[in-house]
Structures are given as structure tokens and as C-alpha cells.
Design a protein around this ligand. Structure first.
Ligand code: PEP
Length: 252
């Protein structure tokens, strides 16, 4: 599978970045303009910077994504942003169900699924995050948790063209820790199996990203693993040189 779908490297800036951060997006744009990369490259800035980032990377192949969306298209939801608004500002995708949303905002699988459906309604790709906590891992529940999250968070109508799964072990996010290559291979294989069982050919074609402390130093090893079709990158996406060092794992 790894060889048959175009990989995706997506940077999640989280709640980081004022206007000065646009220089990093421009540096990524400039560098990609001169290189040939086999992967799609995406930046997910905070909603406040989305439209400006769209201007900053205009004319390049860089895709933009949001970090979360409301389930409704519009309405009396103070402080929220809809999938339609993200699309209008230049996004082609949106991350839903990130573990920080699940943990800090108490988002449940059914809400994540409704957000993924909202993304599809707006014409966006939903990047649906799943992953176990340290406690679940040490209890041997990793695959059970991931399968349950997938079952609850993915819409029935999900397709390869509009849905990406990101496996992000919670304990690996922002910690510098990563699972072993064998662990990543095992969980990604379980995810692929679950996707094929539910979505048949569409599930075979869905990209499965790995996320959690991906750095230029470990990207090559992680991204070469079977059924790893790219990366969701947090901290290392904030600096163009680090992000490009990860993207370079797919360079020619
Ligand atoms: C993330 O939060 O999606 C993530 C992968 O973060 P980091 O790369 O910093 O671990």
C-alpha cells in the first residue's frame, strides 16, 4: 500500500503563530519550488492565519488545512469555525479528533464523526486522528482503542479521496518518544485491516499517517514502514528547515 498512494506530510501548527510565522510557510514554499517531492505537503495553521497563509503560498503546491471545525455550517456558535468557513479561507482539509481536542475539550467519537461529515459536506478532506494513551498502551489495549475510535469516528460514506486517518499515540505527541518501527507497523496494519473490512477498496486507498514526535532525524525510518502513507507533524512543522527535513524523506 505504501507505494500505491501519494503520501501526505501535514504540519499542525496548533495554537502557535502570529503573522511573523508566515515567513516559515514562505520558506517552505520557496524550497519546494526548487525540489521534486513525491509527497503532498500541507500546512494547518491556526484559523486566524489561514487566509494569510493562503496568500503566502499562493501559486505553490502547498495545501492548507484547518485544525478543527464545528459540525454546523453556520449559526449561533460563538467562537467556533465551520468547515465551510475553512474552505472559504483556502483550506482543502481539516484535522478532526486530535487527541488534544479529545482530551481538553472532551470530544467523543460521535462528535468527531459529525465533524468529519461536516468536512465532507464542505468539500474538505477529513484528517481523522486516533491513538492510545500511555495507560491504554501499557494495558495492551492499543489496537482495541484504535479500532473503537475508527469505528466511531469515521463516517459510513468515507472515501479514499476525502478521508485520511492519522495514527497518533497520545504518549508520543510532543514528548520526543516514538513507538518502535515494529509497533508502528503492527498498528498501521490493524488500521488498514479495519479500513478494508469496512470500506473495501476505498479503505485500501485511504492514507494512514503516523504522528507523534516525527523529526528530520527519524522521518526516513518511520515513513518507510508498510502502511505509513505520510506524517502528521506538530512541533517540527513550526520551523521550515525541520519541516522540510521531514518532507525530504520523500525526496527524489
Ligand atoms: C500532533 O500533535 O499532531 C503531533 C504529531 O505533535 P508532535 O509532532 O509535536 O509530537
Amino acid at each position: 500500500m505504501t507505494g500505491s498512494v501519494r503520501p501526505l506530510v501535514a504540519g499542525n501548527w496548533k495554537m502557535n503563530g502570529l503573522a511573523a510565522q508566515l515567513a516559515e510557510a514562505q520558506a517552505v514554499r520557496d524550497a519546494l519550488g526548487e525540489s521534486s517531492v513525491a509527497a503532498e505537503v500541507m500546512i494547518c495553521p491556526p484559523a486566524t492565519l489561514l487566509a494569510q497563509t493562503a496568500w503566502a503560498v499562493k501559486g505553490s503546491s502547498i495545501l492548507l488545512g484547518g485544525q478543527d471545525c464545528h459540525t454546523e455550517a453556520a449559526g449561533a456558535y460563538t467562537g467556533d469555525v465551520s468547515a465551510e468557513m475553512l474552505a472559504d479561507a483556502g483550506a482543502r482539509a481539516v484535522i478532526v479528533g486530535h487527541s488534544e481536542r479529545r482530551a481538553v475539550h472532551g470530544e467523543l467519537d460521535r462528535q468527531v464523526r459529525a465533524k468529519a461529515e461536516a468536512a465532507h459536506r464542505a468539500g474538505l478532506t477529513a484528517i481523522v486522528c486516533v491513538g492510545e494513551t500511555a495507560g491504554e498502551r501499557s494495558a495492551g489495549l492499543t489496537e482495541d482503542v484504535v479500532r473503537r475510535q475508527l469505528a466511531g469516528s469515521l463516517p459510513d460514506a468515507a472515501m479514499a479521496a476525502n478521508t485520511v486517518v492519522a495514527y497518533e499515540p497520545v504518549w508520543a505527541i510532543g514528548t520526543g518518544l516514538t513507538p518502535t518501527a515494529a509497533d508502528v507497523a503492527r498498528v498501521h496494519a490493524a488500521i488498514r485491516q479495519a479500513l478494508i473490512a469496512r470500506f473495501a477498496g476505498e479503505g485500501a486507498g485511504m492514507r494512514i499517517l503516523y504522528g507523534g514526535s516525527v523529526k528530520p532525524t527519524n522521518a526516513r525510518e518511520l515513513l518507510a514502514i508498510e502502511n505509513v502513507n505520510g506524517a502528521l507533524v506538530g512541533g517540527a512543522s513550526l520551523k521550515a528547515s525541520d519541516f522540510l527535513g521531514i518532507v525530504a524523506a520523500y525526496g527524489n
